[in-house]
Ligand binder design. Structure first.
Ligand SMILES: Cc1ncc(COP(=O)(O)O)c(C=O)c1O
Length: 511
């Protein structure tokens, strides 16, 4: 493990001799005087936030953390097993670069839900509009289609000072918020959507964390609980832990295509008795890591349960465009709630999340997402507003990506043909991959995979022989991490282990 040596002098920013960077989070007031002229070493391992103080001769003087006051909630955040694999991937890439012979020439990394990283090409219309907004001179002449120029001009008129370099309103550029609201209404068959309930954010995860910040009072006793699916998108669990919420797991039934069952929600709620005060129910539909899509009936059941138990519904619907089976359709929680009518439709509190990171666009790096809030008490909305104001605004380019996502080229528009060709290509490739997953993975010995109905991932189960689990144990690893590491070493394919998403005890998966 690399060690970084720092010189410590009173009130002088510290220079890392290893990285050559200056860091000033440590000042002499925080160190015993005797140590001020010593060197200390800090493990460069990102797992370790503590500093191990050693004398110049390397003798350990004391264990202390410079960040002693770090929130215990943050300290409790689980280190993802994926980080071990990511570190090894970096080393393997370097080995390949140096000419070390392996049975593969490059590492294929499909461990992240990042379409562009996995090779999906950005959509031309999106990038042309973004380019024109960033550098309006591109609109001189006729290199860009007229609808690209018109869209860019309209968006620039909506930007303060006519530039994407300006801050926008906190909740997003009002014209774009309006178009998000119109998109939601079209999606939901005319169910009203109000722009004042929509916040555009630097990604949907940011929005979710902010809503959780409103819901989870860290001083509450008992602590606040959030019912959370197992398996679950890993960063949500990290956010919950960081905020001091109790994660109350409910298990999706794998044998039934990862079904979300109300009896299981009830069991989870009962399990929270005496442990925490469950306030919210988090659902991911379509699923990640498991590729299920909830039926309308299932969504309605969950809503009824939330209403009965007075739970705030957090609906993570970022994969809503990713539905692959003919008879499967995405029904938003908002739509289902509205269709259920009174008294539920104006009682259940709901936050629904969507993003430009997923779907056909896959613009993860632009950081454009939104949350729509339904049935929130206006007094609470006031606080939500304050909280969202702590960030000046979402990146304007991310907002523009959202605008294009909500309003793609229409028939008759000059860019329509190319847009359709590119999106159709993505749809066809994904559909083929889904089919291949069904056929190939289920034909492999030691694997089983539920049908992928939606989302971006398959979450196959591994049936590992006792010998393999024993080897993993000896290596101090979870069996599925061990499997992923072997796959990485031997085939150059990087996946993520099921451990990072949660799984039933004794079962192992990969994503
Ligand atoms: C279920 C789910 N929600 C949220 C996100 C985060 O999306 P964003 O990039 O909008 O923060 C992801 C990313 O993979 C996800 O899978």
């Amino acid at each position: 493990m690399l060690k970084m040596a720092y010189s410590v002098r009173a009130n002088i920013p510290l220079r890392c001799k290893w990285a050559g960077t200056t860091r000033c989070f440590l000042t002499s007031e925080r160190l015993p005087t005797a140590l001020q002229r010593t060197n200390f070493q800090r493990s460069s391992c990102s797992d370790c936030i503590g500093l191990r103080l050693v004398s110049n001769k390397g003798r350990k003087i004391t264990d202390m953390s410079v960040l002693q006051e770090i929130s215990s909630n943050v300290r409790n955040m689980k280190q993802l097993e994926n980080s071990v694999l990511a570190r090894r991937t970096t080393q393997i890439k370097e080995e390949l670069r140096q000419g070390v012979r392996k049975s593969y020439k490059e590492v294929i990394d499909v461990s992240w839900g990042d379409p562009h990283k996995a090779g999906v090409k950005p959509l031309s219309f999106v990038r042309q509009v973004l380019a024109a907004c960033l550098y309006p001179q591109l609109m001189d002449g006729d290199k860009l289609m007229v609808d690209v120029r018109q869209r860019a001009q309209r968006l620039l008129r909506a930007c303060t000072g006519g530039s994407v370099g300006s801050y926008s309103a906190t909740a997003g550029i009002p014209e774009i918020v309006q178009r998000v609201s119109e998109f939601i209404m079209r999606r939901d068959g005319g169910v009203p959507s109000h722009p004042e309930n929509i916040y555009i954010c630097p990604g949907s995860q940011w929005a979710l964390t902010n809503i959780l910040t409103v819901l989870v009072n860290p001083e509450a006793s008992p602590r606040i609980g959030v019912l959370t699916p197992v398996p679950c998108h890993s960063t949500t669990v990290l956010s919950l832990t960081a905020l001091g919420a109790v994660v109350v797991p409910y298990y999706l039934r794998e044998e039934s295509g990862w079904a979300l069952e109300v009896e299981e929600l009830q069991r989870a709620l009962d399990s929270a008795k005496g442990v925490c005060n469950p306030l919210a129910l988090y659902v991911i539909n379509p699923g990640n890591p498991a590729g299920y899509v909830q039926s309308r009936k299932s969504v309605q059941e969950v809503i009824r349960f939330a209403a009965e138990k007075r739970l705030f519904l957090l609906a993570d619907e970022v994969y809503q465009e990713c539905v692959y089976r003919e008879k499967t359709e995405f029904v938003s929680y908002k739509r289902a709630l509205a269709e259920m009518g009174l008294p539920l439709s104006d009682r259940v509190e709901l936050a629904s999340f969507h993003t430009a990171s997923k779907s056909l666009m896959g613009e993860c790096g632009l950081r454009g997402g939104y949350v729509e809030l339904v049935n929130l008490d206006p007094a609470v909305m006031k606080h939500v507003n304050s909280l969202f104001s702590t960030n000046a605004c979402a990146p304007v380019l991310g907002q523009i990506a959202l605008d294009v996502m909500m309003n793609p080229p229409q028939p008759g528009d000059p860019s329509y043909h190319l847009y359709m060709k590119e999106t159709q290509h993505i749809r066809t490739s994904v559909a083929e991959n889904v089919k291949r997953v069904d056929e190939v993975i289920n034909s492999l010995p030691g694997f089983s995979c539920q049908l992928v109905e939606g989302g971006a991932f398959a979450f196959p189960r591994l049936f590992l022989p006792p010998k393999a689990t024993k080897r993993a144990e000896e290596a101090g690893m979870q069996p599925d991490t061990f499997y992923c590491l072997r796959l990485l070493e031997e085939a150059g394919v990087l996946l993520s282990p099921g451990t990072d998403y949660g799984q039933k005890e004794g079962t192992y998966h990969i994503r």
